[in-house]
Design a protein. Structure first.
Length: 134
C-alpha cells in the first residue's frame, strides 16, 4: 500500500537526517561560505532527489489505479515538509532533534502520512487536470 511505502521512505530519511554525522555536515554547509554552483549541486543530490523519488512513488501509485497524480512534485514537497517539521531548524541551531528516537519518529511519520493521504482527492478528482484539495 502507498501508506506503507511512504512511511518506510520517510522513516528512513528522518533516521538519516537525525544521525550526528549528517547533522555535522548540515551545520558545516550552513556555517561556511559556499559557491552557488556547489549549493545547487548539493540541493539536486539531496532535497531535490527526495522530492523526485516521492513524486515518482505518487505517480506510480496513481497509474496503477488508472489515474494520474497531477501535482506530484508539489505534493511530494509538501509531504516531505510535513515529515521534516522543524528537525532541520533544530539541527541548524544545534538543538537535539526530536525525531532521533525511533519510536517517536515512527509515530510522527505514521501521523504525517495519514494526514497527507486523508487530504488527497479520491476518484475523479485525482484525474489529470481536475481540481481538488490537497
Amino acid at each position: 500500500a502507498l501508506a506503507e511505502v511512504l512511511e518506510r521512505f520517510l522513516d528512513s530519511m528522518l533516521a538519516f537526517v537525525t544521525e550526528p554525522a549528517y547533522q555535522a555536515y548540515l551545520q558545516a554547509i550552513a556555517a561556511l561560505p559556499q559557491p552557488q554552483a556547489d549549493l545547487q549541486r548539493i540541493w539536486r543530490l539531496g532535497p531535490q532527489q527526495a522530492i523526485d523519488a516521492v513524486a515518482a512513488l505518487l505517480r506510480r501509485h496513481a497509474a496503477a489505479q488508472g489515474r494520474a497524480w497531477p501535482a506530484a512534485e508539489r505534493d511530494a514537497e509538501m509531504l516531505l515538509g510535513m515529515a521534516m517539521g522543524l528537525e532541520l531548524a533544530r539541527i541548524l541551531y544545534r538543538q537535539p532533534p526530536r525525531l532521533a528516537n525511533a519510536r517517536l519518529r515512527r509515530g510522527h511519520v505514521r501521523a504525517v502520512v495519514g494526514r497527507f493521504l486523508e487530504g488527497r482527492p479520491r476518484g475523479e478528482a485525482a484525474v489529470e487536470g481536475a481540481t481538488g484539495r490537497v
